[in-house]
Write a protein that binds this ligand. Structure first.
Ligand SMILES: NC(=O)c1ccc[n+]([C@@H]2O[C@H](COP(=O)([O-])OP(=O)(O)OC[C@H]3O[C@@H](n4cnc5c(N)ncnc54)[C@H](OP(=O)(O)O)[C@@H]3O)[C@@H](O)[C@H]2O)c1
Length: 268
């Protein structure tokens, strides 16, 4: 399958790197990028084919749109008439509904919408995909297979995309925030900054790996490190008193609300 990636920015590069790393022939990946120096950089780094005009997508069975949301409507208008029969359009632009893309493409064009996240850059992304009106099960499966080169992929109804944006889309930022707080706390307690960083990062990584590998409920894993009247119990009592759990619920609700506002503005 030939894949075209339109937009060779940060997320575009993550997808290109994933596709090549997962064994796809670099010559079967066409990167359409309007900045020639960036296109040359990607060609040199990954061995992919590059083009400056969207007409290059005629060769592709899957066309990934990885431009900023504000650039997407104009790009979709340009794409109409350039797509080959049966090519699936995969949009990674945050907040743009499938209907807004479909309206700008020839009737019946198969479209899927995806919310990725930045750990895709290292092959540990979490992407959620929603199908448009004209896409077939086989095309959805092909899109999921392509995206799995950058991490895990789930399918969700499109109405859940605001919640997805709030949880996994913005999620890395919350965990970087927690990491920063843990490091600062370690420094306050007298640890050298480099040591505090190593302890915080490996603890986050180890805890995430345990959650994934054991498939246990987080409450159970937390109870396993909470001995009666011990140090962890003392810390958790403070987190509860500070309403940290409730703050996370409110924070995600705020992110979902903002995502819906942005999507409504984009759909206009
Ligand atoms: N980065 C993330 O963490 C993240 C997470 C989730 C979702 N996303 C989504 O991924 C998309 C891309 O984000 P990004 O951070 O990679 O943006 P970016 O770094 O700005 O990359 C977009 C690239 O596409 C190029 N471009 C724009 N219009 C084009 C066109 N018509 N033809 C060819 N190339 C074109 C841009 O060139 P110019 O610079 O010349 O405009 C730029 O190189 C966004 O829609 C965003 O919502 C990103």
């Amino acid at each position: 399958m030939t894949v075209a990636v339109i937009g060779g920015g940060a997320m575009g590069e993550a997808v290109i790197a994933g596709l090549v790393r997962s064994g796809r022939e670099p010559a079967d990946v066409i990167v359409v990028e309007q900045r020639p120096e960036r296109a040359a950089e990607l060609a040199q780094r990954y061995g992919v084919a590059t083009a400056s005009e969207v007409g290059a997508v005629r060769a592709a069975e899957a066309v990934l749109l990885v431009v900023k949301p504000a650039d997407l409507p104009a790009l979709a208008e340009q794409l109409g008439g350039q797509l080959r029969d049966g090519a699936v359009v995969v949009s990674l632009a945050a907040g743009i509904p499938t209907t807004a893309i479909e309206q700008r493409l020839p009737a019946g064009t198969p479209v899927v919408r995806v919310m990725p996240n930045t750990p895709a850059l290292i092959g540990e992304g979490m992407a959620a995909l929603s199908r448009g009106a004209a896409v077939t099960d086989d095309q959805v499966a092909a899109a999921m297979d392509l995206l799995s080169a950058c991490g895990q992929v789930v399918e969700v109804p499109e109405k859940q995309q605001d919640a997805v944006t709030a949880l996994s889309g913005s999620g890395p930022a919350y965990l970087f925030y927690v990491a920063d707080a843990l490091i600062e706390a370690g420094v306050v307690l007298g640890l050298p900054r480099a040591t505090a960083r190593q302890l915080a990062v490996q603890t986050l990584y180890g805890a995430a790996a345990m959650l994934r590998e054991t498939d246990e409920h987080p409450t159970l894993l937390r109870e396993q490190v909470t001995s009666p009247a011990g140090t962890t119990a003392a810390a958790l009592r403070v987190l509860d008193a500070e309403a940290v759990r409730a703050a996370f619920v409110s924070a995600l609700a705020a992110a979902a609300e903002r995502s819906a506002e942005l999507a409504a503005a984009m759909a206009r």
